[in-house]
Design a protein around this ligand. Structure first.
Ligand SMILES: [Zn+2]
Length: 200
């Protein structure tokens, strides 16, 4: 009985802390210097006229203003993985890029599909993610502005396995979009994905 009581108190205090306030410290987040490779991504994000997305409330506000749009879980050439630490919303321009990349990939592969693994991440989401993944960025990310998404290079046609041919085609499509001035992208080894930031 005593043990049960202690467990109840533990979970009640967890719940209380979660409701009390922020999980992140904005000052600390802002102090982390971006790596040189990542700097152009952040600069591209800042041009979208969206302030850092702090939590679900901020996202809701931008959605109501039409500055962030919901992205369908399934579309031509893609599916979005079940998202735990991000939300399926993007700026209209980023949404278009996500769909165009998938469509181009689909037509070059006679109907293969991509898996998007992460979309818009609020500071709140990022902080929760860091609790389970120490490698997650502690600083600002372009995911915090609604114009970035991750696409897996180990999951095609909804199957988790390496496929060099499809991987090469995906990289080629991303390069085309980058050369056209539409995106920047980085290959992220730990997460096995390409991090894509859409430009204005
Ligand atoms: Zn990313």
């Amino acid at each position: 009985m005593k043990k049960y009581f202690a467990v109840t108190i533990f979970f009640t205090s967890l719940l209380f802390n979660a409701q009390k306030g922020h999980c992140y410290d904005l000052d600390k987040v802002l102090k982390v210097e971006p790596t040189p490779l990542y700097e152009k991504h952040l600069n591209a994000s800042k041009k979208f006229n969206i302030k850092i997305l702090k939590d679900a409330k901020t996202v809701k506000k931008y959605r109501e203003a039409g500055k962030l749009n919901a992205v369908n879980e399934l579309g031509k050439g893609y599916r979005i993985q079940k998202l735990e630490y991000s939300k399926a919303v993007l700026t209209p321009k980023a949404k278009t890029a996500l769909r165009e990349i998938a469509k181009t990939f689909s037509s070059k592969t006679k109907g293969s599909t991509l898996t998007y693994t992460s979309l818009t991440r609020t500071l709140e989401d990022q902080c929760r993610l860091r609790k389970v993944n120490r490698n997650a960025s502690s600083g600002l990310s372009s995911h915090n502005y609604g114009n970035a998404f991750d696409v897996s290079y180990v999951r095609f046609n909804d199957r988790l396995e390496r496929n060099e041919r499809l991987e090469k085609i995906l990289e080629k499509v991303l390069k085309e979009f980058e050369n056209a001035g539409k995106i920047y992208f980085i290959k992220e080894k730990i997460q096995s994905c390409y991090h894509v930031t859409v430009r204005t």
